[in-house]
Design a binder for this molecule. Structure first.
Ligand code: NAD
Length: 390
C-alpha cells in the first residue's frame, strides 16, 4: 500500500517540455510526478509561445531564469548548472517527440515521453540504442497501465486462471471527434494533420493504449500477422483515419481485434480489454477501472474490486485508499511516475537487479507501440490485406 513515503533517496530535479497552459495532458504529468515527492519541478519550456510558457512557469512557482523559451536552450543551460535537471517529460505534439527525446538523452537526461514515441520503428530503435548507450531511462506514458487491476489480470493469466488464451478483444473508441471539431480546437487540429500527428491518427492516439495493456497482460503472446482497415469519416482528415479496425493472429493461434475510433458517437472513452481463454474470460473498462469482471464458463460472473485482500499482491502494491473508494486515472499515472523514478534512481546506481524486477512502460513499450501502428498503416494502405508482422 502507498502512504506517501518516498521510495527514492531524494527528489529528482525534473523539467517539462510542453504541457503548457491549456494543454490537455500537462497537468496530469505534473500531478502524477509531484504527488509522492519523487520529482521536483525546477525548470520548463512549457509552450510553443515562449512568453506564454515563461508566464505559465512563473505561475507554477518556478524561478524566472529557469522558464526557458525552448528545449534546446533549457538542456544547454541546465547542463551548465551544478543543480541542473536530471530528468525531463516531453508532452508536446507527436512530431517533436523524436528530436526532443534524442536531445535529452544526448544531454544525459532520463526521459518520460508521451506516446506515440515517434513516427517510425527505425527512429524508435535509434532512441532505444541511444538510451542503452547512455544508460538512461525512457518511460512512455501509457497511463492506463498504472491501474491496479491490470496487474491483477496479468497475474491471473500467468497463473492459468483463464486456460490457453484464445481471443483478445480490444477497443478504444470515443465519440468526441464525430464532427470536424478541429476547425475550432487546436489540440484536435494537429492530431488530424500528418505533419504533426505522424502516419496515423486514432491508431497512434488511442489504439496504442489497449494494445500496450494487452502486452502487459499477455507478455507471452506475439502478433504474427495483422490486417487493418482504416476510414476517414470526416473526409477532410484523409489520409489520416478517424476509425480503424485491426485483426491480429498471434503465434499461439489466438486471435485479436482492436477497434480504434474517435467517431463512436455517444461514447465517452469506450476503452475495453477482454481476454478469453479456454476456461474463462477477463474484462476491464477504463471508465470503471476499479472493477475487473472474471467470467468462468458455466458459473455466475464475478466482479473483482480494486483494493480487496483477495487480489494478488501485485495488484495491491499500489493501493492508496482501500477497496470501495474509487481510484482513477490520476492515481494510475502516479503509480507509473513512481516506477519511473525508482527506475531512474536504480539506473543511476547501476542496480540492474532492481531494474529487471520493475515493470513500467519503458522504451521497449514505446518501440512496440510505434511498430504496431506502422504495421497497421502498411496493411491499411495496401487495401486492408494481411501482412506479416515486422
Ligand atoms: P495540446 O495541443 O493540448 O498541448 C501541447 C502543448 O505543447 C501546448 O502547451 C503547446 O504550446 C506545447 N508545445 C508544442 N510544441 C512545443 C515545443 N516544440 N516546445 C515546447 N512546447 C511545445 O496536446 P496534448 O493533447 O496535451 O498532447 C500532447 C502529447 O500528449 C501528444 O503526443 C499526445 O499524443 C499525448 N497525449 C497522451 C495522452 C495519454 O493518455 N498518455 C493523452 C492525451 C495526449
Amino acid at each position: 500500500m502507498i502512504h506517501g513515503e518516498r521510495k527514492t533517496a531524494a527528489p529528482i530535479r525534473w523539467a517539462m517540455v510542453g504541457g503548457g497552459r491549456g494543454s490537455q495532458i500537462g497537468y496530469i504529468h505534473r500531478s502524477a510526478a509531484l504527488r509522492d515527492r519523487h520529482f521536483e519541478l525546477v525548470a520548463g519550456a512549457f509552450d510553443l509561445d515562449p512568453e506564454r510558457g515563461r508566464a505559465f512557469g512563473a505561475e507554477l512557482g518556478l524561478e524566472a531564469g529557469r522558464c526557458y523559451p525552448d528545449h534546446a536552450t533549457m538542456f544547454a543551460e541546465e547542463a551548465a548548472r551544478p543543480d541542473g535537471i536530471r530528468a525531463v517529460s516531453v508532452a508536446t505534439p507527436n512530431n517533436t517527440h523524436y528530436a526532443i527525446t534524442k536531445a535529452a538523452l544526448e544531454h544525459g537526461l532520463h526521459v518520460v515521453c508521451e506516446k506515440p514515441l515517434c513516427f517510425t520503428t527505425a527512429e524508435a530503435l535509434e532512441l532505444a540504442d541511444l538510451a542503452r548507450a547512455r544508460g538512461r531511462i525512457v518511460g512512455v506514458t501509457y497511463g492506463y497501465a498504472g491501474h491496479q487491476l491490470i496487474e491483477q489480470a496479468s497475474a491471473m493469466v500467468a497463473r492459468g486462471d483463464l486456460g490457453e488464451i484464445r481471443l483478445v478483444n480490444l477497443q478504444f473508441a470515443h465519440g468526441f471527434h464525430s464532427e470536424a471539431v478541429e476547425l475550432e480546437n487546436p489540440a484536435t487540429r494537429w492530431r488530424v494533420d500528418p505533419r504533426f500527428a505522424g502516419p496515423s491518427y486514432v491508431l497512434g492516439d488511442v489504439g496504442t493504449h489497449p494494445f500496450y495493456i494487452s502486452e502487459v497482460i499477455l507478455p507471452h503472446l506475439k502478433v504474427k500477422r495483422l490486417l487493418c482497415a482504416r476510414q476517414s469519416f470526416v473526409r477532410s482528415r484523409a489520409p489520416l483515419e478517424d476509425n480503424a479496425v485491426t485483426l491480429m493472429e498471434y503465434d499461439n493461434g489466438a486471435f485479436g481485434t482492436v477497434w480504434s475510433s474517435a467517431v463512436n458517437a455517444g461514447s465517452m472513452h469506450g476503452q475495453k480489454v477482454r481476454i478469453t481463454g479456454a476456461k474463462a474470460s477477463l474484462e476491464w473498462w477504463d471508465e470503471r477501472p476499479n472493477q475487473l469482471s472474471f467470467e468462468v464458463q458455466g458459473e455466475p460472473a464475478r466482479i473483482l474490486e480494486r483494493g480487496m485482500p483477495y487480489l494478488h499482491p501485485e495488484a495491491l502494491a499500489d493501493d492508496r485508499i482501500g477497496g470501495g473508494h474509487p481510484e482513477g486515472l490520476f492515481e494510475a499515472w502516479s503509480n507509473l511516475y513512481d516506477r519511473f523514478a525508482i527506475a531512474m534512481e536504480a539506473s543511476d546506481r547501476g542496480d540492474t537487479a532492481r531494474l529487471a524486477a520493475l515493470r513500467y512502460p519503458d522504451i521497449a513499450a514505446g518501440v512496440e507501440g510505434v511498430r504496431w501502428v506502422e504495421n497497421c498503416v502498411r496493411s491499411a494502405d495496401r487495401g486492408g490485406v494481411w501482412v506479416d508482422y515486422e
